[in-house]
Write a protein that binds this ligand. Structure first.
Ligand code: NAD
Length: 482
């Protein structure tokens, strides 16, 4: 048998072997075939990456680079991603099982994030403040923070790393990324493209490895100016505690249990399509998955019938196949977690209307059938907890008041969908929902221009849009006595 490819850290623009000499295997979840061995990073590797990032931060080639030129580098990076889109899409499909079709769509939009922040780079500016008499000049400047630690999950490595990298670099920081241990490959490749784009070596470093080792070492490092994290609420909470005591800022994008509310005046076939896409895209492994549906009692049966009929026809299989509609879960434990939740739902009294079984997808992989649970209520754990799989819980409501109450009765507040033909109702309900993003008669729309913030346990801080620049800069007030 041929030896597996070794994937090393990328530090100072070069591949770097782990100080410990240890690697861990990464497999294709659709087939269970081994893909590569990634460097198992620890505190020694993080130290090396931090030194490299700090040197790059202080390097005049980066520190003194004009903001216009910083923008140009980001634009070049966007172009390189576009040029390498097919390679990146395939690589991520093999790593986490996401449909190649879906990945191609994602890659088509990814350069836009770099172009957007390229355009913002020369618009980061301060103010002149009329704070005193005219002999004193007082002005403010937005300065970069220093070295940012970016920690990302496995469900969308390229996109979620980009949400951090693009604004952090735009603002003049340097970065150490710790990607998920399940999906290291595309993040390392992205960092190679950063070097190719002409950023100074060390502007972006990647240390691969496990959360409890490399991730923890990055969070605990004294030189870190900020942690930008996307992942589960439990890990986010640990990171927030660890950083708060040292007065290190953090942006946290966490979990969700988002509702889709379908009113009696909605276009029901459209709502059904939105509900299906909302939960079953990426096999339910998205933070914004619309995993709860609240349907007005008068349209409950019709909606359920349309959703189940569509969900039953979803083609499960090889994510590389253009005709496949749902791929595997990203790894074995995740598949088992999903199966465990459906079993728990059964024991809590939920009825499995369709799905409810594991499968190998005909390929030996970690698949789970699209599943719809009914006879559920808000006290059940399957309704309260994030499953992160293709499992939908559907329940009826009688009044708008009840729909809003049920939707908000959750620790999460990431996103929500509202399906109605009433403009006044759309506005009224959107205002009352405790969610950072509300979609009306659509679901999943996203843009680098549009800010995203999780409410409640779904996060702290903003990603995307102009607001994000504030997350990666600090404000200095300078007084000059003339
Ligand atoms: P996770 O919290 O298990 O891991 C996320 C990252 O944190 C990984 O890189 C992991 O290695 C690292 N990590 C784990 N323990 C750590 C520690 N003690 N110190 C430092 N780093 C540590 O999450 P996951 O299972 O990889 O991802 C799924 C979760 O991500 C879901 O909850 C999902 O909702 C959430 N998510 C949120 C968004 C959003 O924008 N809000 C987007 C995508 C995913």
């Amino acid at each position: 048998m041929s030896e597996l490819r070794k994937l090393n850290h990328l530090i100072g623009g070069e591949p770097v072997e782990p100080a410990s000499g240890r690697y861990f295997e990464s497999t294709n979840p659709a087939t269970r075939h081994p893909l590569y061995e990634a460097a198992r990073g620890d505190a020694a590797d993080v130290e090396r990456a931090m030194v490299s990032a700090r040197q790059a931060f202080e390097d005049p080639r980066w520190r003194d680079l004009s903001q216009t030129k910083r923008g140009r580098l980001l634009r070049r990076l966007g172009d390189l991603i576009a040029e390498n889109a097919e390679e990146l899409a395939r690589m991520e499909t093999l790593d986490n099982g996401k449909l190649l079709r879906e990945m191609r769509g994602q890659l088509a939009g990814l350069p836009e994030y770099y172009y957007y922040y390229a355009g913002l780079a020369d618009k980061i500016q301060g103010d002149v403040i009329p704070a005193s008499d005219r002999r004193v000049l007082n002005y403010t400047a937005r300065e970069p923070l220093g070295v940012v630690g970016a920690i990302t999950p496995w469900n969308s490595p390229l996109t979620l790393t980009t949400s951090k990298l693009a604004p952090a670099l735009c603002a003049g920081n340097t970065v150490v990324v710790k990607p998920s241990e399940y999906t290291s490959a595309t993040v390392v490749r992205l960092a190679e493209l950063v070097v190719e784009a002409g950023f100074p070596p060390g502007a972006v470093n990647v240390v691969t490895g496990f959360g409890a080792e490399a991730g923890q070492a990055l969070v605990d490092h004294r030189g870190i100016a900020k942690i930008s994290f996307t992942g589960s609420t439990s890990t986010g909470s640990r990171i927030a505690s660890a950083t708060a005591g040292r007065f290190v800022g953090s942006t946290l994008e966490l979990g969700g249990k988002s509702p889709n509310i379908v009113f009696e005046d909605a276009n029901i076939p459209n709502a059904a399509m939105g509900v299906v896409a909302g939960i079953f895209a990426a096999a339910g492994q998205t933070c914004i998955a619309g995993s709860r549906v609240l349907a007005h009692r008068s349209v409950y049966d019709e909606l359920l019938e349309l959703v189940s009929a569509r969900a039953e026809r979803i083609r499960m299989g090889d994510p590389l196949d253009e005709t496949t509609e749902i791929g595997p879960l990203a790894f074995e434990d995740q598949r088992d977690k999903v199966a465990g939740y459906v079993d728990l739902g059964r024991s809590e009294g939920a009825r499995v209307l369709i799905g409810g079984r594991s499968s190998d997808g005909g390929l030996g992989g970690y698949f789970y059938e699209p599943t719809v649970l009914v006879d559920v209520h808000n006290d059940m754990r399957v309704v309260r907890e994030e499953i992160f799989g293709p499992v939908l819980a559907v329940m009826p409501f009688d009044t708008e008041e009840e729909a809003v109450r049920l939707a908000n009765d959750t620790e999460f507040g990431l996103a929500a969908g509202v399906w109605t033909s009433g403009l006044a109702r759309a506005h009224r309900v959107a205002t009352r929902l405790e969610a950072g993003t509300v979609w009306v008669n659509t679901y999943r729309a996203m843009s680098p221009m549009s800010p995203r913030q999780g409410f409640k346990s779904s996060g702290v801080g903003v990603e995307h849009g102009t607001e994000t620049i504030k997350e990666y800069t600090r404000l200095k007030s300078v007084w000059i006595n003339t």
